[in-house]
Design a protein around this ligand. Structure first.
Ligand code: FAD
Ligand code: UDP
Length: 386
């Protein structure tokens, strides 16, 4: 028999919702609170009241994974529609195919090439070196050579991250493939889709359980913990500790949403790689729902701008520069020494996590807690390796 515990889960994004759901299914109770007036955190989607278009309010979100357990889980809570993400990139007023593929290479160099010819050309231009690439720039120069790097990556990356690419980790670039075929699928995962009714409905379904109570518009700092056996905190790690060791760096995003009277760019996402264009990308939301794209007379378009997050801004991307990583180690030390609290999610672990990884890690956290409770133990600190 399960000895029922009560968890306070701070944050109703994917991480908080999945932990709560798994704990509830294991016989425990969860109170889930969020400072926002909606669930789903940064994956929040809402229909624009004037056009009826489903808007990705905090930036474009595409679900993609190789994890069949996670894919089964999301399919239990949402009708996932087939969607294959394609992105175009503008450089010098020309439109190119992204990620870099045979079409981009032939367009960029202005002539038809076989895969072998393109590969040979890139090999000629790519830097070589014995040591593993240290930085984003190092990785890019070895992978694609200087001309392609400078056109498509240097300016965009500087705008997106606010620092020179030679100060960024190589791991950021490793998220993108480079192909010597005409395959322009932005992702290389087995499963890919978009929930028909949006991410907010999917997260609401995850939270829809008799042993889960949801409290919105409420900050953790203002919520009592009487009767709570354990806290799962998915807010910013440094904020939990009152920033006492300093602030972890984040990028925030400004979104300029507007309605236009005709289709704007013919694709969901267009990147702007030139450094003198202030926005990084433009999203046209109706193309995320091709099954309803014909139903809309107008279109919703979002210009996205990136800048350093100030104390009152929404933290979107963890910066993870060297200084941040050193500070993170110290906060992790504090987290490990804080009994009764588990830190999780993108903000709680200060890690760049896609939705599928956030869900898998949330499942791991729930399993860890369930096991400890079943043994009558106080759960040990659980910090995912960074
Ligand atoms: P969040 O969604 O950030 O949720 C945390 C919640 O905690 C928030 O709702 C917040 O209000 C709440 N909270 C924080 N502190 C407190 C507090 N003190 N009190 C009360 N509530 C609090 N992933 C993909 O898989 N595919 C994509 O295409 C993709 N695109 C992205 C695009 C952008 C612009 C960004 C920024 C991220 C993208 N992601 C994408 C990643 C995705 O957003 C994350 O994986 C996901 O949001 C992680 O969920 P989470 O619950 O950990 O965090
Ligand atoms: N990037 C770029 N130009 C592009 C697309 C991506 O320079 O047209 C770089 C940028 O630094 C970005 C990284 O490649 O952060 C990874 O791309 P991804 O699409 O995963 O970006 P994110 O999810 O970080 O927005």
């Amino acid at each position: 028999m399960t000895l029922e515990k009560t968890l306070l889960v701070v944050g109703a994004g994917f991480t908080g919702a999945v932990v709560a759901r798994h704990m509830a299914e294991a016989g425990h109770r969860a109170i889930v609170i969020d400072a926002r007036d909606h669930v789903a955190g940064n994956c929040h989607t809402a229909r624009d009241p004037r056009t009826g278009i489903m808007v990705h309010v905090h930036g474009p979100h595409i679900f993609h994974t190789d994890d069949s357990g996670v894919w089964d889980f999301i399919n239990r809570h949402a009708r996932m529609m087939p969607y294959r993400h394609q992105v175009k990139a503008q450089v010098g007023g020309q439109v190119y195919s992204m990620p870099i593929n045979l079409h981009t290479i032939t367009q960029f160099f202005g002539r038809a090439m076989s895969p072998a010819q393109a590969q040979a050309l890139i090999a000629e231009q790519a830097l070589t070196g014995p040591a593993p690439p240290r930085s984003f720039e190092d990785q890019a120069l070895r992978m694609m050579g200087r001309p392609i790097y400078e056109a498509f990556f240097r300016g965009y990356t500087q705008k997106q991250w606010g620092v020179a690419p030679n100060r960024l980790p190589a791991s950021i670039l490793k998220r993108l493939p480079m192909r010597f075929t005409y395959d322009d699928n932005y992702f290389f995962h087995q499963y890919q889709g978009i929930p028909r009714d949006g991410y907010t409905a999917a997260v609401a379904s995850i939270l829809d359980h008799p042993r889960i109570a949801l409290v919105l518009n409420t900050r953790a700092e203002d919520f009592g913990t009487d009767g709570v056996d354990h806290i799962v905190y998915t807010g910013p790690l440094d904020r939990y500790f009152g920033h006492r060791l300093g602030r972890l760096g984040y990028r925030t995003l400004d979104f300029e949403h507007r309605i236009v009277n005709a289709p704007y760019q013919g694709i969901a996402v267009m990147n702007y790689c030139d450094p003198d264009i202030p926005h990084t990308r433009v999203t046209e939301h109706m193309y995320f729902a091709p099954w309803e794209a014909g139903n809309h007379a107008q279109s919703v378009v979002t210009h996205e701008y990136s800048r350093a997050a100030g104390p009152d801004d929404t933290p979107y991307y963890p910066l993870r520069l060297l200084d941040d990583k050193a500070l993170l180690r110290q906060y992790e030390g504090l987290a490990r020494a804080t009994a009764g609290v588990t830190f999780a999610g993108r903000l709680g672990s200060y890690a760049y996590l896609d939705m599928d990884v956030a869900i898998r890690r949330a499942m791991d956290v729930a399993e860890h807690l369930t096991r400890a409770f079943a043994r009558g133990q106080v759960p040990e600190a659980f910090v995912h390796p960074i």
